[in-house]
Write a protein that binds this ligand. Structure first.
Ligand code: 5AD
Length: 353
């Protein structure tokens, strides 16, 4: 296996299918590349799911608009700050604010106000935002108010596939437009896909990897599709083992292809295997995002069935996560918010080769 940054679709498809000893070798190679390019540091970001109200009706997602069995909530700026206080007092200097997607002015002001008060109290707090497609002027407002990273998953890079996972009101082109606007606004841009989602074929995942390369992303968060029983795609045939393996191999191949980006080991991996988060790190990821949302609301942010809730004891959970990271021979980092090295290089116009 060559240390490649340019790779053919056929090679990617082959690598994604590896199992057994060849898979272990793929992950070992990806870990080695991670060490050489972004070091053994694993950045820990506190995840705050601040609202589950959503305008979209994605066919796979548990918080889709037409799921009436969800208790909807929205934190106030003070409550969001309270969750950030909790993360900060546990030593974190990086948080991810995530929500359902809405474009009304009230929502935009809620986000902007929250960003401002967080930055006022914690000027050095790294803030990642994940609140869907917005107008460019809104992205500019969010960036100015203090968010420096933005996660917006494309879900699949194939437009036809996208249209089978989303209702007609949602547009693949709009999502691409949003990703370009985020980049032009100056954000560190992250995207990602659902792995082994309904109607997906191996070629789609290879195209996803090439799409990430073409878009020149700074960060990636991707995870296996897991059915949610209250959604139109909640009953599709599905192999947890297959999804888990593909999830890990996607991380490994992406690390090989884009050595200096930040890659998250996501909660969906943990849902499929108790040590899934650690497996993601062993496959080449370098970011983890433990939950810091108010505990009593976590079961209302059920994107898919059996989503883990973490622990009410955030600090205890964080300590044990750090120990697990150390036991893998990696270094948990909380005191540095972990800017994507890829972003630093591309904005300073330095070659990433
Ligand atoms: N399985 C896995 N991931 C899901 N998401 C939403 N629903 C599911 C599901 N059933 C992911 C999407 C979305 C993110 C917030 O959660 O990728 O972008």
């Amino acid at each position: 296996m060559a240390n490649v940054t340019s790779i053919s679709k056929k090679e990617i498809i082959e690598l994604l299918s590896l199992k057994g000893s060849e898979q272990i070798e793929l992950h070992r190679k990806a870990s080695e590349i991670r060490r050489d390019s972004v070091s053994d540091r694993v950045y820990i970001r506190g995840l705050i799911e601040f609202s589950n109200i959503c305008e979209n009706d994605c066919f796979y997602c548990g918080i889709r608009k037409s799921n009436n069995n969800v208790r909807r909530y929205e934190l106030t700026p003070d409550e969001i700050l309270g969750a950030v206080d909790e993360a900060a007092s546990s030593g974190l200097t990086s948080v991810v604010l995530q929500s359902g997607e809405r474009r009304d002015r009230r929502f935009i002001s809620l986000v902007t106000d929250s960003l401002r008060i967080i930055k006022q109290k914690y000027p050095f707090m790294g803030i990642t935002l994940s609140s869907g497609e917005q107008d460019r002027s809104v992205y500019e407002e969010f960036h100015k108010a203090g968010a420096s990273r933005y996660l917006l998953r494309i879900e699949t890079s194939n437009e036809e596939h996208y249209n089978r996972l989303h209702p007609g009101a949602m547009s693949f082109r709009e999502r691409i437009r949003s990703l370009h606007d985020l980049r032009d606004t100056g954000f560190q841009v992250g995207t990602g896909v659902m792995i082994n989602s309904p109607f997906q074929i191996p070629e789609n995942l290879a195209d996803d990897i090439l799409f990430f390369q073409t878009l020149d992303i700074d960060m990636c968060g991707m995870g296996p599709f897991i059915p949610h029983s209250g959604t139109p795609l909640g009953k599709v045939e599905y192999s947890a083992e297959e999804s888990f393996n593909l999830g890990l191999n996607m991380i490994a191949v992406l690390r090989i292809v884009m050595p200096d980006i930040n890659i998250a080991s996501t909660t969906a991996l943990e849902t499929l295997s108790p040590a899934g988060r650690e497996s993601g790190l062993m496959a080449g990821a370098n970011v983890v995002m433990p939950q810091f949302s108010p505990f009593s609301l976590r079961d209302s942010y059920t994107l898919y069935d059996n989503k883990p809730l973490g622990s009410e004891d955030n600090r205890g959970f964080l300590d044990s996560l750090k120990e697990k990271i150390k036991s893998l021979g990696l270094i948990p980092v909380t005191e540095n918010s972990g800017t994507s090295i890829h972003y630093i290089r591309r904005t300073q116009n330095v070659s990433t080769c």
